[in-house]
Design a protein around this ligand. Structure first.
Ligand SMILES: Cc1cc2nc3c(=O)[nH]c(=O)nc-3n(C[C@H](O)[C@H](O)[C@H](O)COP(=O)(O)O)c2cc1C
Length: 421
């Protein structure tokens, strides 16, 4: 049973079931085979291999990497052996070692993405395609798709047409509203999204006044970016229904758990592997230890469980006293009198609204609430404010969640009200 023993670490990414949620990030783990003597590749949730174009690429000249506080800046320039050599020379060994292979697909044109994906679709042993539309280090290519909503939609749709493999577009953090890109990917048929790729960055040697890497600018990774990446994962999780794969500065189990609580179904680890190539058992053991301590049978149950309801928690503390460790039990405290009025601003046919309705129905079985539903497709003002796809849940006129509220969150919000009844 290996590292996953003790709790259910499996996670689902589209049609794919990973044995655990920890994946080696692209560009930081070679083609996987280089690490096979040190790491049991089958013990990882997945191995995302270095980005591949149709043809071989040399990448940028050295220096291509520079260390920064709590991170590094790189501009490798997507050096690689090309997809055909990968299929011939690397894939057989990855297959033999039972690795779950995510191939990071690059392209300078839409046709190239399609062609590389088509070749991979025909190859045996590829578990998923991670579409790299986010590399900040080459002028032509991915990022021109990844920074445009239409470009994101087009490249995902085009690849969707040539493969049934799970498609996971990898999003750039170098945009203002990353969630809208996750939505565009979802609408185009992506099975999941992964984020974040590196942040555009620059390091200067002040003595020589020269940039420290040959490409002048590069991508920042490592613990320095983690809080921004966690925020972006949270935003995407709120915006889409497909799984989110989170990464950015994960160096220990607690970091991975942060991403999972923010909404990541799985995580990837990049830069930390350069510091500690034997990080993997520690990460998995740390996650298992947390699951035991928190009495969690399945890691999947931790996904997106961030508790954002401080006001309700404060009410509870005030009514129960600071040392009262009991969890609020609203159902027992509630009278049959209705204690909450919920307004769901929804739109027919919107899957997020359906989700919200189901959550409310379940909570309303135990806490008496009245649901009033307002069809926002007839309310131009609301729709203009919140967008056609977004249900807005109000509890007694107070906005509970802009996009989506979990069952646990809703229960807590209503618990706060029970405290005041
Ligand atoms: C040296 C290096 C090479 C990378 N190459 C790729 C790549 O080929 N394709 C890709 O999608 N991301 C690439 N990345 C980005 C990582 O996969 C990851 O998204 C990013 O580094 C953030 O995670 P981390 O902080 O755990 O490293 C690379 C990162 C580094 C540091």
């Amino acid at each position: 049973m290996g590292l996953a023993a003790g709790g259910d670490l499996t996670v689902k990414i589209g049609s794919l079931t990973l044995t655990n949620p920890v994946i080696a990030a692209s560009g930081c783990f070679g083609y996987g085979v280089e690490y096979a003597q040190m790491v049991d590749l089958a013990s990882l949730g997945g191995v995302a291999v270095k980005g591949l174009f149709l043809e071989e690429r040399e990448g940028h000249p050295a220096p291509r990497i520079v260390e920064t506080p709590a991170g590094m800046v790189n501009a490798i320039g997507l050096q690689g052996i090309g997809v055909r050599r990968f299929v011939d020379e690397k894939l057989p060994e990855l297959r033999a070692r039972r690795a779950t292979v995510f191939v990071n697909v690059c392209g300078t044109t839409l046709d190239e993405y399609v062609e590389v994906s088509r070749i991979l679709a025909d190859a045996e042993g590829v578990a998923a395609i991670e579409l790299n539309i986010s590399c900040p280090n080459i002028k032509e290519g991915g990022i021109q798709f990844g920074c445009s909503l239409n470009g994101t939609f087009d490249v995902v749709s085009a690849v969707r047409n040539v493969t049934r493999l799970p498609i996971i577009p990898k999003l750039t953090p170098n945009v203002t509203d990353v969630a809208s890109f996750a939505r565009a990917a979802e609408e185009a048929g992506a099975d999941a999204v992964s984020l974040v790729n590196t942040f555009l960055a620059m390091v200067i040697d002040v003595e020589t006044r020269r940039p420290k890497i040959s490409n002048i600018v590069g991508g920042l990774s490592g613990p320095a970016i983690r809080p921004i990446a966690v925020r972006m994962v949270y935003e995407c999780w709120q915006a889409v229904k497909i799984p989110v794969i989170g990464m950015g500065g994960i160096a220990e189990a607690r970091d991975a758990l942060e991403f999972i609580i923010a909404g990541a179904s799985a995580v990837q680890v990049g830069t930390a592997n350069f510091v500690e190539p034997l990080i993997w058992p520690n990460l998995l053991n740390g996650i298992r230890e947390y699951m035991q301590r928190h009495d969690l049978g399945r890691i999947a149950d931790l996904v997106g469980t961030l508790d954002t309801t401080q006001p309700a928690a404060e009410v509870r503390r005030r009514t129960e006293g600071p040392n009262d460790e009991r969890r609020a039990r609203p159902v027992q405290g509630a009278t049959s009198e209705n204690i909450g009025n919920l307004t769901l601003y929804s739109r027919p046919g919107c899957h997020l609204c359906d989700d919200m309705r189901a959550v409310i129905a379940r909570v309303a079985c135990t806490i008496p609430v009245t649901l009033q539903e307002v069809d926002i497709s007839t309310d131009a003002e609301l729709e203009a404010r919140y967008g056609p796809e977004i249900p807005v849940l109000l509890v007694d006129g107070m906005k509970a969640a802009k996009y989506r509220v979990t069952e646990q969150q809703l229960t807590r919000i209503l618990s706060g009200r029970v405290g005041r009844v």
